[in-house]
Design a protein around this ligand. Structure first.
Ligand SMILES: Nc1ncnc2c1ncn2[C@@H]1O[C@H](COP(=O)(O)OP(=O)(O)O)[C@@H](O)[C@H]1O
Ligand SMILES: [Mg+2]
Length: 355
């Protein structure tokens, strides 16, 4: 098992700079998730750690070794990609055995390793089948098994679940988490899915345009975002974000003034972005404490256990939340409670959080 240090990592593809000097420190046994929109540099980072991409600047350290000059096969890593290719003509057993056979491991040891890993991944009854006779989820587990039997110091995953349907994705997510609790490997896991990031990570690194926006525990990046981008990216539905002006008592939106405590750096007249999550906007009848506003309901999204209530506040649309058994209907005037102690404020120019 090994720690990983990424230091001032830079990647240039010709004129294009894909990574602008990123720093991530991953202690031994940590599950680190890189998340961000398509093209932000997640795969590039992972591939540089793996040794599949040259390093334009900075260092990658695995354990105590700077590995910049080492070949992929000498870095003690195993990688699972989105498009994992299993050998179609080989059985599950032989798919998992292949890399061990290449490394000339004695047959009995190969058999033992595969038996152990198959047990963990519930593949034991499938060892004689070929990939064509497996479901998508089973194939995914074989791809993971093939990585695990190598007993790598470090696991690298690049969107390994994105080809699966939603239900299977949920199951595999839980399985990967269980696996990590059991094996305690150091993991870097890339996804564009913020739910996957929140549920799997010890540490989340949120990337944008080849830079790190914020890194922290799931709790920190969700409840204490440093930037407008992180606030809008983490969470579903996304945080309500509305332009407004500071007053001497709170904020002025286009159609309503709201009294609230303001960050100390803010002066009356300053232009701000006001952020509040749906969880903190409830119909008054739900009985929460906060600031009351009245608004017209546009749409109810039924999610079963809860409903999302879309409503207009002047030119802005906001989304609040209520229980699944609500009787609120569209085109109704409803009184909402904003729990302003959970409001966020951002500088619209820099995108930085105002505290
Ligand atoms: N082989 C390449 N040649 C040129 N540009 C590349 C190459 N690979 C990736 N890029 C560019 O680098 C940026 C980051 O890509 P990537 O790391 O694949 O993003 P992500 O995995 O976050 O979606 C993108 O702008 C992409 O177009
Ligand atoms: Mg990618």
């Amino acid at each position: 098992m090994s720690k990983i240090e990424i230091k001032k990592l830079v990647k240039r593809y010709g004129e294009h700079q894909a990574l602008h000097g990123i720093d991530i420190s991953i202690p031994q046994g940590e599950f680190c998730v890189l998340v961000g929109p398509s093209g932000c540099g997640k795969s590039t980072t992972l591939r540089m750690v793996a040794g599949l991409e040259t390093i334009s600047g900075g260092d990658v350290v695995i354990g105590d070794r700077v590995v910049n000059g080492l070949k992929a096969k000498d870095r003690g890593i195993a990688m699972v990609f989105q498009n994992y290719a299993l050998y179609p003509a080989k059985t599950v057993y032989n798919n998992m055995a292949f890399s061990l056979q290449l490394s000339k491991m004695p047959k009995p040891e190969i058999a033992k390793r595969i038996a152990d890993v198959a047990e963990i991944l519930e593949l034991t009854p499938l060892l004689d089948r070929k990939p064509g006779a497996l479901s998508g989820g089973q194939r995914q587990r074989v791809a993971m098994g093939r990585a695990i039997v190598r007993d790598p110091e470090v696991f690298l995953f690049d969107e390994p679940l994105s080809n699966l349907d939603a239900k299977l994705r949920g199951q595999m997510r839980a399985e990967i988490k269980r696996l990590h609790q059991r094996l305690k490997n150091t993991i870097i896991y890339v996804t564009h899915d913020q739910v996957e990031a929140m549920t799997l990570a010890d540490k989340i690194v949120i990337m944008k345009d080849g830079r790190i926006e914020q890194q922290g525990t799931p709790d920190e990046v969700f409840h204490d975002p440093d930037t407008l981008f992180v606030a809008g990216f983490m969470g579903s539905p996304p945080m309500n974000l509305i332009e407004c002006f500071a007053t001497d008592k709170g904020i002025k939106l286009p159609s309503v003034e709201i009294a609230c405590d303001m960050p100390s750096a803010v002066r009356p007249g300053d232009k701000l972005v006001f952020g509040i999550r749906s969880d903190d906007i409830r119909p008054a009848e739900d009985g929460f404490e906060g600031v009351s506003i009245s608004a017209n309901v546009n749409l109810i999204e039924q999610l079963g256990t809860e409903n999302l209530v879309h409503f207009s506040l002047g030119p802005d649309e906001m989304i609040g939340k209520t229980g699944g058994r609500t009787r609120i209907t569209p085109n109704q005037e409803v009184s909402f409670t904003l729990q302003m102690q959970h409001a966020y404020f951002f500088d619209p120019e820099t995108g930085r959080r105002l505290r």
